[in-house]
Design a protein around this ligand. Structure first.
Ligand code: MEV
Length: 425
């Protein structure tokens, strides 16, 4: 049977589900029931979600959790996180508490400029192109006035526009490189609309526009977060040793890409979870962060750590384009609620909160890795996932969690134990 389908997007939701059931489900009615279990009972709310994307057939839940007790620049935050990975929120909460008694997190936004580019080719004389660009530069900016009017009122808009010669990298390739300030919006639609308008006004014989698009690389939209404490406050015993090991762990991620990727992945556990919970684009943030980690030509840690004069210092510098207005940030009811929980931050404040979540996550991972090892914490949550997979009831869960304390957790060991509990052999 051919599973190709024409005009699928034009089908009603029921038709889509039926087609899917007909072609892919082993048990049609139980497959359909599973999809329906995740429909919102409020049809209007369901419709809102249906319309976020095309071809929606249900909702895919991931947990929405809170990591409380984050002290950031003297203000306390409870941070919402949307993530499926079991130990992330527990780690964030523990780290928040740890640093709340050691002065908390200090953060600052270093810059907020974003970039977009009109990519084009030109085969003619370079000087002629430069002259043409200079002669139309202000016209290009003004061509976007109708788009930028509101943004300019809020202190944003186009900051600069320049011609870049990239012919050394690719034959005949040039760009119009545009910098933007986008206030409290992430600015993707704003930037892309401006760029397409600029491209339409940039007409000269020999110029061939390839494409116009924002860049998710935002090294000039940068935030820093850090924590500091006396080395002796770092750990109840052998504080100096553990502080040194911690710094070494970061240094390893600075020189060893295999480790750096995992190290930064842990950071993104925290960052993406908050970015997602606030209705922002976590793919954009992740892509930009990893590119930034490679800015010196070698992929390295996004965090740094030092022990100087008896003080332990741990920091992150990371670029990110976030919004607190526009996109899903106010449209998705939970994203809107996240903003409320975060005390309705500006985009700059949200950058700082998100950077803290990344730093906290990395702190938790490195602290575990350089002391007890990572599995102790992971396994507690892993055990719960296994127990849920095995459909253990509350009583069974309690007994098995107790029985596996300090023991190695594996799916087979837990399954065997549960089987034994249920059958006596
Ligand atoms: C797991 O999701 C993240 C860690 O591997 C991060 C790290 O190793 O630093 C624990």
């Amino acid at each position: 049977m051919s599973k190709m389908i024409k005009g699928f997007s034009k089908f009603s939701k029921t038709e889509k589900v039926n087609w899917l059931a007909e072609n892919f489900f082993h048990d049609k009615s139980s497959g359909i029931d599973t999809l329906k279990q995740y429909y919102n009972e409020d049809p209007e709310l369901q419709q809102l979600h249906d319309e976020f994307i095309e071809n929606t057939i249900s909702n895919f839940y991931i947990p929405y959790a809170i990591a409380p007790n984050f002290l950031i620049n003297g203000k306390t935050y409870a941070i919402p996180m949307a993530i499926e990975e079991s130990s992330v929120v527990a780690a964030a909460s523990l780290t928040a508490k740890f640093w709340s008694t050691r002065g908390g997190f200090k953060t600052k936004v270093i810059s907020t400029t974003k970039t977009g580019q009109v990519h084009f080719t030109y085969k003619g004389n370079k000087d002629e192109l430069r002259d043409y660009f200079s002669s139309v530069k202000s016209k290009l900016i003004h061509s976007t006035d109708h788009i930028t009017a509101n943004m300019r009122k809020r202190g944003g808009g186009i900051v600069d526009i320049e011609l870049r010669d990239k012919t050394e990298n690719l034959a005949d390739y040039y760009q119009i490189h545009v910098s933007f300030l986008t206030g409290d919006s992430m600015g993707a639609n704003f930037i892309n609309s401006c760029l397409e308008t600029i491209a339409a006004s940039f007409q000269k014989e020999g110029i061939f526009i390839v494409m116009s698009i924002l860049s998710n690389y935002v090294p000039d939209c940068l935030v820093r977060a850090e924590v500091t404490c006396k080395v002796e406050d770092f750990f109840p015993e052998n504080a100096e040793l553990y502080a040194r090991k911690f710094v070494q762990a970061v240094q390893i991620a600075e020189v060893e890409p295999y480790r750096a990727v995992t190290h930064n992945k842990g950071i993104m556990n925290g960052i993406d979870a908050v970015v997602l919970a606030t209705g922002n684009d976590f793919r954009a943030v992740a892509a930009g962060a990893h590119a930034y980690a490679s800015r010196e030509g070698r992929y390295k840690s996004l965090t740094g750590a030092s022990v100087v004069n008896g003080l332990f210092n741990f920091w992150i510098e990371i670029p990110m384009a976030l919004g607190t207005v526009g996109g899903l940030t106010r449209l998705h009811p939970l994203a809107k609620l996240s903003m409320e929980i975060l005390q309705n931050p500006t985009a700059s404040e949200l950058m700082q909160i998100v950077a803290v979540a990344g730093l906290a996550q990395n702190f938790a991972a490195l602290k575990a890795l350089t002391t007890t090892g990572i599995q102790q914490g992971h396994m507690k949550m892993h055990l719960m996932n296994i127990l849920n997979q095995l459909e253990a009831n509350v009583h069974e869960k309690e007994l098995i969690v107790e029985a596996f304390k300090g023991k190695t957790v594996s799916h087979s060991a837990v399954a065997e134990y549960l089987h034994h509990m249920r059958t006596g052999h």
